[in-house]
Design a protein. Sequence first.
Length: 343
Amino acid sequence: MRLGSNRAVVALALAFGILGSSNSGAVRPEPVAEGADLITPVWTPLGVSKAPVTVVVQLAGDSVAEQQGNAGRKLERGEKDRIKGQLRSQQDGLRGSIESLGGTVVANYQAAYNGIKVRIAHDRVKELAALPGVVAVRPLQLMKPDNVRGIPLIGTPAVWQSLGLHGEGVKIAIIDTGIDYTHANFGGPGTAAAFAAAFDNSTSPADPVLFGPAAPRIKGGIDLVGDDYDASAAPFLPDGKTPNPKLTPHPDPNPLDCNGHGSHVAGTAAGSGVTSAGTTYTGPYNASTLAAQSWNVGPGVAPKAELYAVRVFGCQGLTDVVVGSARKTSRPPWRRPTPPRPG
């Protein structure tokens, strides 16, 4: 299999939105007649709302990252641990005050940010901000995954439009959890029934209409491990004697994704896109593509490239069937013993 790509780029983008509300022209309400039904207001002033909110309490003092930047060098592990300990002690000192206001500490941050994530009634936020050492109380906004904004961020539509490049002639291998070739993002029917049928036969050769040289997007690949493989599984079954079969790869010709990660990566790199109607988008890909459609799944960077699924993970767990550079650890690398020199 020849693999190569010089046109595919991956990017992620988050979009932030702020909602505001205003009320003007208020008039004195008429008195409520005795026995009248109570009316639930459509809007409650934020200052008196008791609805819980999640906020981040920013504290005085620099985080580990900020102190490292100020030092102009990479801090040693011991230095980072010392800073984290100091910040954590400061944060723990506020826990009682936060709880006395009815708040709950959800998380603590020291590495990139010196702060505490708190769940608290909205009408107590002002008191939270007045606690000693608090610099600010910042709201958290809900986010959702969105793959439509990433490719404009890196200029992909301009490349589609000006250079006419969409991945033609490029082969991309996704070495991951496989690819769901039944998904509409890759030219499949995009139904739960189609995936269930493929999964029931996931050790047999895949449907050539959806996977293989004649398929629309996923042109080939292999499953190197099988569904049950997990390199992080216990070495023995509960009896303590029988080797755990999860540790042994069982390759087959069908790299159907039962995890989802590989399909996500493949879609970011080269998905066709799925319209709001649930159908595979087939083009054109140009500067106006994203604005001209309503999307369930936005197209990838190189939507006309050929995709190949090389599955190295089971449905869950870790893998050890790939070869790459090892992460630096304190343990020296294993080396073959040096034979003694003659004489």
